[in-house]
Design a protein around this ligand. Structure first.
Ligand SMILES: Nc1nc2c(ncn2[C@@H]2O[C@H](COP(=O)(O)OP(=O)(O)OP(=O)(O)O)[C@@H](O)[C@H]2O)c(=O)[nH]1
Ligand SMILES: [Mg+2]
Length: 225
């Protein structure tokens, strides 16, 4: 049985926000979602957009490989010492929700090695609609789906779609080719999520990640306030 922490509130900015040396730790943002929806592409684009102004690091999770980390290294989105891979060896959600020890170790190692850091992005391995992060691991979570996965995904709900702090619906450039109705996706997402935000992106376009980067900047501002 999997523990579901999705109903816990956001982590309080309290003692948990401080490192043993008394400095504020980095804001930790998790990215989850189905296989191939664009999580790594979003992480890469966020790094390129935010790295000038902020001190960043990334943790990737893959089941048996280090492919996502290797992609980010090849693309040189950050210096290599700021990218860490966790090989989960099991269902991806297990490592972000049920036994978060390997991921916690990775984020703490990064802060020790290259800190102080403003932001650590933790990418989950691609998983199903129930995949959510433990609030013991991340302060906020982004759920990335894409229009090519079917325009009924927001309507199907599941904890990723309904409770993530931000829902990203990616690959809008593909909508005409796969017959996805973006208006319907927006209405269904609103119905599932109420006031929680939803952003549409196309990472193939110029600066396509900008709305997500703005959302992350707002979270960072709140974290450091
Ligand atoms: N057309 C289009 N392709 C995209 C977009 N975003 C990502 N892709 C492509 O989609 C494929 C999968 O993207 P990834 O970022 O690797 O997806 P992921 O969610 O990290 O995949 P896993 O980690 O394997 O679950 C890649 O070929 C990307 O280039 C987009 O906005 N539009
Ligand atoms: Mg990936």
């Amino acid at each position: 049985m999997h523990l579901d922490h999705s109903h816990e509130g956001p982590a309080a900015v309290g003692a948990d926000a401080l490192r043993p040396d008394g400095r504020r730790r980095a804001l930790r943002v998790g990215l989850g979602g189905p296989v191939g929806s664009g999580k790594t592409a979003t992480v890469a684009a966020l790094c390129r957009t935010l790295r000038e102004r902020h001190s960043l690091a990334v943790v990737t999770n893959d089941i048996y490989t280090r492919e996502d980390a290797e992609f980010l290294l090849r693309e040189a989105v950050l210096p290599p010492e700021r990218i860490q891979a966790v090989e989960t060896g099991a269902c991806p959600h297990t490592a972000i929700r049920d036994d978060i020890s390997a991921n916690l170790e990775a984020v703490e190692d990064l802060e020790d090695a290259v800190g102080p850091l403003d932001l650590i992005l933790v990418e989950s391995g691609g998983d199903n609609l129930t995949a959510t992060f433990s609030r013991g691991l991340v302060d906020a979570q982004i759920f990335v789906i894409d229009v090519a996965g079917g325009d009924d995904i927001p309507r199907k709900g599941g904890p990723g779609v309904t409770t993530a702090d931000l829902l990203v619906i990616n690959k809008t450039d593909l909508a005409p080719y796969v017959g996805s109705d973006l208006g319907r996706m927006a209405r269904d997402a609103k119905e599932q999520r109420g006031e929680l935000p939803v952003l549409f992106t196309s990472l193939k376009g110029q600066d396509g990640v900008a709305p997500v980067a703005d959302w992350v900047r707002a979270r960072l501002a709140a974290w450091t306030a």
